[in-house]
Design a protein around this ligand. Structure first.
Ligand code: NOJ
Ligand code: CA
Length: 709
């Protein structure tokens, strides 16, 4: 199969499609290539398109309706008739620029249902793609003279579930995804949403609603794992899901703008794909490529400049209260009701030439690719009164104590790249006005990576973070950055939907609650199960800049990290990202130099990924082979409960002996009482080795494996 790169095998075959005509109701069915999934598409008595989905004979989605409500008051979900049906299939392999695997198979069957609304004459197409690991479908609006553009009041897509599944969810919020994850039954969600919204852990200036966010991970009582999200989100609003606690009906809730409009649509366009990944084995959810497969192939012709990055930076300094973002002594940075960096002291600026050089030396000595420096440019003081301002930051003007030319010269002499920081505080229109100047400034100074940030409510004030206008902004920044050969890591942007396949310079996003919540500046904390859920939720859409690697787990006398030291190492493997930070202070890496060795060694780009053990909310164990190298890394993590991970080394080539270095929690380790007790041991392993390894409560295990020379 590997030889069929870029070669799409298309076949028109009626063997997997059948057309039945009932009294005014037509049904089309489609099976997945392996026959495990079965899709049924119907037009019901009212002319409403519906679909249902089965997995190994069990219903996953019961008959659910499709369609839209347009403004003003046109129902675009009934009185449809089918005017055409086309089928297609594909079976090929494509090769991402970077990723969890260096080759990705795309094997699916496709059904295109062409619809006409009898009352209006409007045309609407539905495209379904069925893979072995799930279903994707989207709406397509053909060009048509009687409907050239329209406004969306609502998308009416439904996902009717079969029972009161366990769900891992975040409250719907148009402006942030930085919530703790709640685990509950579907029926409990509406009761709990208010509580979660009011919890002190929430950034109060944001805009919650009564829905939940996607990716939504669920588990049925029968042991089916179901993940609902979207793929290829472009020129359309981000999706939340309304939950009916009695019928277990989820329905689409698009992010509106502040006029209440949920979409400005021109015909000749398509919606994002709605995705349902399903399996009876949780490991398949993590291994799924469905969302990437539904995105467009790479649009960048020369990708030679796009490289995964392991980096350090002037960052944790701010979160543990050592340094200040601002150059001048000013009051705290308060955005909306959130005292953003309440405990950050002032008068000791972080982004100085001298401090940047210390990090450059450290990066160069320890083999890191790049150094991030935040707080380097004019504007941080203005973030205080952000609400009254249009222009906050200047992206081409450094503070007087940060000499960009000298820092770049020094970094270059040490073989290290610099990472630019563009915190916008969500003054987005102004950022767009400055964008070309800002990117030119970067390339003039040798920068090829930018971390963007969208803290606080959006300016223009009519928009939310996850609305159509902002979706277009994030995509525009990634595309424009590609023109300048700049890689992007966006914070506080809408949840990713696999767009990094199309724009692989978009290395990572934050879009969830990261390590920053563990710092005492924010004193909010993450739960020990947080990182056992994120790969099943946030990471389904793409890599996360989680910023792991905090080895000094006692943040201060009263604040502790939610993990053991060793779990911080394991996160480099379990939290996939081609953009990985070693986030702790340099002095802490010197203090725990033997454990730091794992962070120095671990790869950020992979040939193969093997999901060894997984249960959302409980544990994850993953092995990965470094790209182009005979090196493997294993990461295992657990929630607040200790457990024995069973690591089967079957992923190693057989017949050879390898050398494993095992970083393990100490016998009495516990994230709450004794997080920093660890052991490092070496052992010989082969593909036949099975290692039973104890993980402490809130703990982990990290293993690096080399060939025996
Ligand atoms: C929030 C980001 O997540 C964090 O990484 C950054 O340091 C601050 N905003 C300031 O831009
Ligand atoms: Ca953030």
């Amino acid at each position: 199969m590997l030889f069929y790169n870029h070669y799409l095998i298309r076949c028109i075959s009626l063997c997997f499609l059948s057309l039945f005509l009932f009294t005014g109701v037509s049904a089309q069915t489609l099976s997945s290539p392996d026959g495990n999934l079965f899709l049924d598409v119907c037009i019901d008595e009212k002319g409403t398109p519906t679909y249902s989905l089965e997995y190994k004979g069990q219903k996953v989605i019961e008959k659910s309706r499709l369609g839209f409500r347009l403004l003003p008051a046109v129902f675009f979900n009934d009185n449809f008739e089918i005017v055409g049906i086309k089928e297609d299939s594909a079976d090929f392999v494509w090769y991402p620029v970077w990723g969890e695997n260096s080759a990705i198979p795309d094997c699916h069957r496709e059904l295109l249902v062409e619809l006409k609304q009898q009352t209006t004459g409007y045309l609407l197409n539905m495209r379904f793609r069925l893979f072995d690991d799930g279903l994707g479908f989207r709406y397509e609006f053909p060009v048509q003279p009687s409907l050239r553009h329209f406004l969306l009041a609502d998308e009416l897509t439904e996902f009717k579930l079969t029972g009161d599944h366990k769900a891992f969810w975040l409250p719907g919020d148009y402006d942030t995804n930085e919530y703790a994850i709640t685990t509950s039954r579907l029926s409990e969600i509406p009761l709990l949403i208010d509580e979660v919204r009011k919890a002190p852990l929430v950034l109060k200036s944001f805009t919650p609603n009564l829905a939940v966010q996607t990716p939504l991970m669920m588990k049925s009582a029968q042991g089916l794992y179901i993940n609902i999200h979207e793929a290829a989100l472009d020129n359309y609003a981000g999706m939340c899901l309304n939950v009916d606690p009695e019928s277990y009906l989820l329905s689409t809730h698009l992010t509106p703008d502040k006029n209440g409009v949920r979409g400005y649509i021109q015909t000749g366009s398509v919606t994002p794909w709605r995705t349902i990944v399903v399996s009876d084995d949780a490991r398949d959810i993590l291994a799924s490529n469905l969302i990437l497969n539904l995105n467009e192939p790479c649009k960048i012709v020369d990708t030679s400049w796009i490289k995964p990055v392991k980096y350090v930076g002037v960052w944790w300094d701010y979160f543990v209260g050592r340094r200040s973002f601002t150059y001048t002594d000013t009051k705290d940075i308060v955005i909306g009701e959130t005292d953003y960096f309440a405990l950050v002291p002032h008068g000791r600026h972080g982004a100085t030439t001298e401090h940047a050089k210390e990090y450059i030396d450290f990066a160069s000595e320890n083999g890191f690719d790049a150094v991030l420096v935040e707080g380097w440019n004019e504007g941080w003081e203005d973030a205080v009164e952000k609400g009254e301002k249009e222009r906050i930051f200047n992206f081409t003007k450094a503070y007087p104590d940060f000499d960009v030319v000298e820092v770049t010269r020094y970094a270059k002499s040490k073989g290290v790249r610099m990472i630019m920081h563009h915190e916008t505080c969500s003054a987005v229109s102004d950022y767009e006005r400055q964008l070309h100047d800002a990117f030119r400034f970067m390339t003039d100074h040798g920068y090829n990576m930018v971390k963007t940030g969208y803290v606080g409510p959006i300016i223009p004030r009519s928009e939310y973070h996850d609305g159509q206008w902002m979706v277009n902004h994030y995509n525009y920044v990634a595309r424009t950055a590609a023109d300048y050969k700049i890689m992007v890591n966006s914070h506080e942007a809408v949840r990713p939907t696999g767009m990094c396949r199309t724009w692989p310079n978009w290395l990572a996003q934050e879009s969830a609650r990261g390590t920053e919540f563990e710092s005492f500046a924010w004193h909010k904390g993450n739960n020990p199960d947080h990182t056992t859920i994120l790969p099943f939720t946030r990471l389904m859409g793409g890599p996360m800049d989680y910023t792991p690697g905090i080895l000094e787990t006692d943040i201060n006398s009263s604040v502790k990290l939610s993990s053991t030291l060793v779990k911080q190492l394991a996160l480099y493997v379990t939290m996939y990202s081609p953009f990985q930070m070693a986030a702790d202070l340099m002095e802490n890496y010197k203090k725990y130099a033997d454990a730091f060795q794992f962070i120095k060694d671990v790869a950020v780009d992979w040939d193969h990924t093997y999901i060894l053990e997984a249960e959302p909310g409980d544990y994850i164990t993953i092995a990965r082979k470094a790209k182009g190298k005979e090196e493997w890394f294993v990461g295992g993590i657990t929630d607040e409960n200790g457990r024995d991970a069973v690591i089967d080394f079957h992923f190693l080539p057989s017949g050879k002996q390898y050398f494993a270095t095992v970083y393990a929690d100490g016998k009495n380790a516990d994230w709450q009482t004794n997080a920093k007790e660890y052991t490092i041991r070496t052992m010989k392993v082969t593909s036949k080795t099975k290692l039973k390894q104890r993980l402490a409560p809130g703990g982990g295990v990290a293993i690096s494996i080399n060939i025996v020379k």
